[in-house]
Design a protein around this ligand. Structure first.
Ligand code: SAH
Ligand code: F3S
Length: 451
């Protein structure tokens, strides 16, 4: 039996897909990249914006072509959770609709679907962490580790609390055990995942404890997390970040808007000042930290003055990069009741202007980095040409020349140029690089010969 699985949306969906494949491997499925060869076709979906859902609807139409009699087509993830049985009605080719807490029953549901049943499992299970499932991860130096599921914030624009249910954290011991086993397999970079990951609390340990414990696992040379909420950056957490050598100097810190009244209507629970204070505290304790963000334009009631406040915040913070979105109304979210919708052409025009500001700010910053030296993790072949793609601790992409054997290793590079967003670099030496504080890669990392 073969399974074909396509993933849309955030890193947590990528991690969930690895869980699903792990579960299905237990049931005897092998993975295929060819939908025509699959007995089970799955799409793991995102519901955050309408555009994401439209893409999936289009894709389901295409996948229908590969569905032979007896094959099963299932929709997983946030869109499955949001639409439930409606999706079965709307897309007759779909046999299964399973939300993020229902993957445990996937094997049984698929067996039923082969008998002609069309089923939905969209029940929240506030205990579910798939603790006994080994995710089928792609080989490589980097791995995602989900530490928290669900979200208890209720930002008025956001569908996630409805699609992923209440917030819950895994036990610290379980997370650490998983990271240990990853390190034993050669993983050196771990990204901790949660919807508001820094609100992590397992009843005994908080996010600061988790960072310290994860960063202390021998062999883990880079520790990252995404996405935090500004309100959960306690001094304790920031102190832990500063004190854990593996902790990378990059935080993705969603702001959504720079306008005080818009932030209020979004129910983001911080003011512009409080956000800027969070940025200042991070910069003070973690020198050189790179900051990226998410921004929504065209939220109901957003005036030109509100938009300009967002633009000025981008300049004031000096983000390294930003993901920018046009507000997309989501059914049953509180923001749909807020009056004074922004016309689509106005939102579109603001989005363009914002993208320009983000690019200008990032380019200025990146030009200033040319000439400096960074440790990079070589990740893969670059998409074009025969360069290798590498990443700094600050999350900057650097293209370098070198042998394929470097993939998965750490090098020192000097940045020689920038497109404004990505860099070119030359390797300055081939040693594994220690941190200035004496932290070197522990546990089983190869020390590379000097080139
Ligand atoms: N806390 C989550 C956020 C998930 S949604 C995390 O881990 O990243 C990712 C981003 O999508 C949000 O930060 C927001 O900028 C954007 N987004 C969410 N709902 C949206 C909507 N209704 N319209 C437009 N963008 C949205
Ligand atoms: Fe969404 Fe806000 Fe939670 S953006 S995921 S409701 S923190």
């Amino acid at each position: 039996m073969k399974v074909y699985l396509e993933t849309y949306g955030c890193q947590m969906n990528v991690a969930d897909s690895e869980l699903v494949l792990g579960l299905l491997e237990r049931e005897g499925y092998a993975r295929t990249d060819d939908p025509a060869a699959a007995d089970l076709l799955l799409v793991n979906t995102c519901a955050v914006r309408d555009h994401a859902e439209q893409r999936v609807i289009g894709r389901l139409g295409e996948l229908k072509r590969h569905k032979r009699s007896g094959d099963v087509l299932g929709v997983l993830g946030c869109m499955a959770q949001r639409l439930g049985p409606t999706l079965l009605k709307r897309a007759p080719q779909v046999d299964l609709v399973v939300g993020p807490d229902g993957y445990r029953s996937l094997g049984a549901l698929v067996a039923g679907a082969r008998e002609g049943e069309r089923r939905t499992d969209v029940e929240f299970k506030s205990w579910e962490h798939y603790e006994d499932v080994t995710p089928a991860r792609a080989a490589g130096a980097s791995a995602f580790v989900t530490v928290q599921r669900g979200c208890d914030y209720r930002c008025t624009f956001c569908v996630v609390p409805m699609t992923r249910g209440p917030e819950r954290s895994r036990k610290l011991e379980d997370v650490v055990a998983e990271i240990r086993s990853l390190a034993a397999r050669g993983v050196t970079e771990v990204t901790l995942l949660g919807q508001t990951v820094n609100s992590y609390n397992d009843g005994t340990a908080d996010f600061a404890d988790l960072l310290r414990a994860a960063g202390a696992v021998p062999g883990i040379r880079r520790l990252r997390f995404t996405s935090p909420h500004p309100n959960d950056f306690t001094d304790r957490v920031i102190q832990a970040m500063a004190g854990v050598p593996a902790m990378c100097e990059h935080v993705h810190l969603p702001v959504q808007s720079g306008s005080p009244p818009v932030l209020k209507r979004m129910l983001r629970r911080y003011t512009r000042e409080a956000y800027l204070d969070c940025v200042a505290r991070l910069r003070k304790r973690v020198p050189g930290i790179a900051l990226t963000t998410d921004i929504i334009v065209g939220f109901p009631g957003e005036t030109e003055a509100d938009f300009l406040a967002t633009r000025s915040l981008v300049e004031e913070v000096g983000y390294d990069d930003a993901y920018t979105f046009k507000y997309s109304p989501r059914d049953a979210t509180p923001a749909t009741k807020i009056p004074h919708a922004v016309p689509d052409d106005v939102a579109g025009e603001r989005l363009q202007r914002l993208i320009e500001t983000v690019r200008t700010v990032a380019r200025r910053k990146n030009l200033g980095l040319v000439g400096s030296t960074h440790e990079v993790l070589v990740e893969a072949h670059a998409r074009r040409g025969d360069a290798l793609q590498a990443r700094t601790r600050t999350n900057k992409i650097v293209l370098i020349e070198g042998p394929a054997g470097w993939i998965g290793t750490y090098r020192d590079v000097r940045l020689t140029g920038t497109t404004g967003s990505t860099f070119s670099g030359v390797v300055t030496d081939g040693r594994t690089v220690g941190r200035p504080d004496g932290h070197t890669a522990a546990g089983g990392l190869t020390v590379l010969p000097t080139v």
